[in-house]
Ligand binder design. Structure first.
Ligand SMILES: [Zn+2]
Length: 265
């Protein structure tokens, strides 16, 4: 940690640039996580995991050469199409790499506290695939929400930005508050407004941000969700089901960033 802090202090621009490149590589891996976890969970026939098989075109199955797999660059060079069969490579994968590139670079530039910076990167590495998977499949997998909760507690054990007591209480209150809301909504309307994944994600965010931050997270997530809902309706989409996970992930990330800034201010 001290070596990173010294490096950042001596050449902040180079540190930010290298962080951005690291972010693009992480973003590329997060794309694999977001694409592969749903079939791993939903399709009993599938034989993939996060490492096997190697990166390949899902349309023509050919293994990607190293130059077809460079974060940010390859998608542009190939103009978003497979080199062999010309089928489209999803734009969302490139956007995820671009976002990670900018996010890691910008946060490295703005946050001098290295443990807090690395914690934020870890949090974002869980929240980005969770938001994408929930947005596409209405699913918040336990294999991401559960480790995220433990990681939050561990972060506050190693480098406390808030007392561990507040983090543990945050996890419990986060889960229970949405659980109660779910049952109240269900008893009154007879419908399900939230999923169990939402409770687990808010529990994890409670562990990361502390119980005191939960009202902020819920308010911010509700406003974001509402905005998403209106954009959906305006675009002519009449489906009533809107995933809450992306809004929760966004709200949790913003809240944690604000906490870091209030800490270093
Ligand atoms: Zn192909």
């Amino acid at each position: 940690m001290i070596a990173f802090a010294l490096f950042r202090e001596s050449s902040p621009a180079l540190f930010s640039l290298m962080s951005a490149v690291f972010g693009a590589i992480i973003g590329s891996f997060l794309g694999v996580v977001a694409e592969r976890i749903p079939p791993m969970l939903l399709d009993d026939e599938t034989r993939i995991n996060l490492l096997f098989p190697a990166s390949h075109c899902p349309a023509c199955q050919h293994d990607l050469a190293w130059w077809e797999n460079i974060p940010l660059v390859s998608w542009l060079a190939l103009r978003g199409r497979c080199y062999h069969c010309a089928s489209a490579i999803p734009l969302r994968l490139w956007l995820l790499e671009l976002f990670s590139f900018l996010f890691f670079g910008a946060t490295a530039w703005c946050i001098p506290d290295i443990p807090a910076l690395f914690s934020l990167w870890l949090l974002s590495a869980f929240l980005l695939p969770l938001a994408i998977i929930d947005g596409r499949h209405m699913l918040l997998p336990d294999c991401l929400t559960q480790p995220l909760l433990w990681a939050g507690l561990l972060v506050h054990l190693v480098h406390p930005t808030l007392p561990l007591r507040d983090a543990i209480t945050g996890a419990m209150v986060g889960y229970l508050s949405l659980w109660l809301l779910y049952w109240a909504f269900r008893l009154i309307t007879g419908r399900e407004g939230l999923g169990y994944g939402d409770f687990k994600l808010l529990a994890a965010l409670g562990a990361w941000c502390g119980w005191q931050a939960l009202p902020t997270v819920i308010l911010l997530a509700s406003l974001t969700g509402l905005m998403g809902y209106f954009i959906f309706i305006k675009s002519g989409n009449k489906t009533a089901q809107i995933p809450f996970g992306p809004a929760l992930a966004f709200a949790g990330l913003i809240t944690f960033i604000l906490q870091i800034f209030s800490l270093i201010a």
